[in-house]
Design a protein around this ligand. Structure first.
Ligand code: HEC
Length: 143
């Protein structure tokens, strides 16, 4: 009986411990944004634009592809193909129609009731990187 009891306690405390650790981790693992080198892109100032200034720019598309892979793919999926954790960004409105909403999310992330569904990326990576990613995403667009 004593053995059964302590085994039960051990099992219970193990469960509690695992539960506590799991609930403290963000749903998709720790978020460590990777700096993006945008020095080759024209400067666009600090004010947040509502239209992509780099659309179709091949340098931006290339920078955007790797920036996406380092900062967005773990939630939005490799090569922009979502595995279901976060929306599939290929289906966002392409071009000007989707630019403003894209930037809004990129800058503010998605936080509801204190839960971070998506961290704000703009303040960390900067607007230039955001538009570079958007330029690449436009090349992946699906109807
Ligand atoms: C920690 C996971 C995570 C990371 C990292 C992440 N996102 Fe998100 N993103 C989400 C989730 C979850 C949503 C849906 C939010 C909601 O339900 O409101 C979302 C929504 C979006 C949307 C709105 C999509 C739509 O159809 O309305 C855009 C745009 C977006 N993310 C862009 C990005 C970009 C660009 C990056 C990388 C710089 C990024 N996200 C990184 C989880 C993430």
């Amino acid at each position: 009986m004593a053995i059964t009891g302590s085994r039960l306690m051990l099992a219970l405390s193990t469960m509690l411990f695992v539960g506590a650790v799991a609930s403290r981790l963000p749903a998709h693992g720790p978020v460590t944004p990777q700096a993006v080198d945008t020095s080759k892109l024209p400067d666009i100032g600090e004010a947040i634009l509502t239209k992509n200034p780099y659309r179709g720019n091949p340098v931006a598309i290339k920078i955007g592809e790797s920036a996406y892979g380092q900062n967005c793919a773990r939630c939005h999926g490799l090569d922009a193909v979502s595995g279901g954790i976060a929306p599939d960004l290929r289906y966002m409105d392409k071009g000007e129609a989707g630019d403003e909403w894209y930037m809004e999310r990129y800058h503010k992330g998605a936080v509801r009731d204190g839960k971070v569904y998506m961290p704000p990326m703009g303040p960390i990576l900067g607007q230039k990187a955001g538009w570079a990613i958007r330029s690449w995403l436009d090349t992946k667009h699906q109807e």
